[in-house]
Design a protein around this ligand. Structure first.
Ligand code: NDP
Length: 362
């Protein structure tokens, strides 16, 4: 069983060498009387929030830190031992955990049986024993790529759906701006906004991504924020009448510039602030008082509090995918050994679309 482990807590920018890939030849099996589910991991999701879990003092995050070598509440792999690298304690060795798609090999949980496909939190390893929770979903629709359940049909898709429809309450003709727009969440928010009849502009960090936004995802306009010395001026150029909805993925200077350009009763969905995740302290926003005189709403949300909407979401999205009305771009890394580079690549914008890692195709 090959595994990806966190070497030690990370401060500053996360690096590939903060993780280590180990392997053992020990056969994994369900412990006697276990209520767990033994799975073979197929696809793993690289998500920006995972950076917060690499930090020792994790007070600002909404999920527990990975403890190098400790037991995660979601997966337990007590039943096998893998060869430890020198600086790890054999008894407590545990992989990084994250969202993934997996196939059930054996189950002590009455809700799952051998052959089922599921998505939810699993280990960054070839095989895991999962203690299934309410946020592990059985996959019923397999006529779409299975990897989609790490993205468009999984947590990032739900994030785009909840953040846009529930938090932003879009109306036809409104002006919508999305940052990190070519990523797992942003590309969908833009397409949802077009379906809702809005005018949509996205920002991203390369020409390739800007082209994708305009030519593949149907954004009305897009720009490379790295080539804009004055973000306020750029936004004024694209939104001469101001912004009704901002879907916030990056934070920092971009948020401040957006606030300067909002219209009365604007809504800002605070989805994430990736520009801040490698910093020990969040950088300040200067223009917050504008929210008062514009009577604007800025609201944070956590996707996992909205998973009860998943059936409604599938009902909406599956026909749109099958009819080609919503498209999805993935950036696929092959092999567990490439997972650390794929994860840290998110913070340098190396991914074009949803970053997926293939552990096994079947
Ligand atoms: P992406 O697929 O968009 O990948 C991250 C992208 O962020 C990179 O490709 C890069 O694109 C951009 N980026 C990285 N560093 C910076 C920076 N310093 N400044 C500006 N942009 C940067 O990730 P996701 O779509 O999965 O996530 C998008 C956001 O949504 C994140 O903030 C994430 O934390 C948040 N999120 C929140 C959830 C919730 O429940 N609230 C759930 C899921 C995600 P580029 O080339 O454009 O710079």
């Amino acid at each position: 069983n090959k595994q990806v482990l966190l070497r030690d807590y990370v401060s500053g920018s996360a690096k590939e060498s903060d993780m280590i890939v180990t392997s053992s030849t020990t056969k994994l099996k369900l412990p006697e009387g276990s209520k767990g589910v033994l799975v073979k991991n197929l696809y793993l999701s690289c998500d920006p929030y995972m950076r917060g879990r690499m930090r020792k003092s994790n007070l600002s995050s909404y999920v527990d830190a990975f403890k190098p070598g400790s037991v995660s509440p979601h997966t337990s792999t007590y039943s096998f031992i893998c060869l430890p690298p020198n600086d790890f304690d054999l008894k407590t060795l545990q992989p990084i955990t994250g969202y993934g798609v997996a196939k059930v090999l054996d189950s002590g949980d009455p809700n799952f049986k051998e052959g089922d496909l599921i998505w939810g939190i699993t280990g960054w390893e070839e095989y895991s024993v999962i203690n299934a929770t309410r946020t592990h979903f059985k996959i019923h629709h397999t006529d779409v790529p299975l990897s989609y359940y790490t993205g468009i049909l999984g947590m990032p898709g739900m994030t785009a759906y909840v953040g846009f429809y529930e938090i932003c309450s879009p109306k036809k003709g409104e002006y919508v701006f999305i940052s990190a727009a070519a990523g797992a969440v942003g590309q969908l928010v833009g397409q949802f906004a077009k379906l809702a009849g809005c005018y949509v502009v996205g920002s991203a960090g390369s020409k390739e991504k800007v082209d994708l936004l305009k030519n593949k995802f149907g954004f009305d306009e897009a720009f490379n924020y790295k080539e804009e010395p004055d973000l306020d001026a750029a936004l004024k150029r694209y939104f001469p009448e101001g912004i009704d909805i901002y879907f916030e993925n990056v934070g920092g200077k971009m948020l401040d510039a957006v606030i300067q350009n909002i219209r009365d009763h604007a809504r800002i969905a605070l989805c994430g602030m990736i520009s801040q995740y490698n910093h020990e302290q969040t950088e300040g926003v200067h223009n917050l008082m504008t929210l008062v005189w514009k009577r604007a709403r800025m609201e944070g949300f956590l996707v996992f509090e909205h998973y009860h909407l998943y059936p409604k979401f599938l009902e909406f999205l599956l026909p749109n995918i099958k009819e080609g009305k919503i498209v999805y771009v993935e950036d696929v890394a092959e092999g567990l050994e490439n997972a650390p580079a794929a994860l840290v690549g998110l913070f340098a914008g190396r991914n074009v679309g949803k970053q997926v890692v293939v552990v096994s195709h079947e």
